[in-house]
Design a protein around this ligand. Structure first.
Ligand SMILES: [Zn+2]
Length: 92
């Protein structure tokens, strides 16, 4: 069950959050699709956030064009959670 919003004081709000899923609320950070691409939220220039992707065997992180920039990490993560759910992406 994917949660769209994080709990209060959710460790997922930290950009260096090491675990992929919050033990308290199940808020998820990373997903993968059928091609094995990894999707995750990252900050960009000017403090904005959006979903980036990484292809298997390639460490380059690229901005994902289907996602808009958001003012906060949480907004961008909620956007990713909704899209992941709609597209059937799996938790990494
Ligand atoms: Zn949480």
């Amino acid at each position: 069950m994917t949660r769209e919003h994080p709990c209060c004081l959710c460790p997922a709000l930290e950009s260096d959050f090491k675990n992929n899923v919050c033990a308290d609320c199940g808020f998820i950070k990373k997903y993968t699709d059928e091609r094995g691409w990894i999707y995750f939220v990252r900050g960009g220039i000017g403090g904005v956030h959006k979903t980036f992707y990484r292809k298997p065997g390639n460490n380059k992180e690229k901005a994902c064009s289907i996602f808009p920039w958001h003012q906060t990490f949480v907004q961008a993560q909620i956007d990713l959670n909704k899209t992941a759910k709609a597209r059937g992406w799996q938790v990494v």
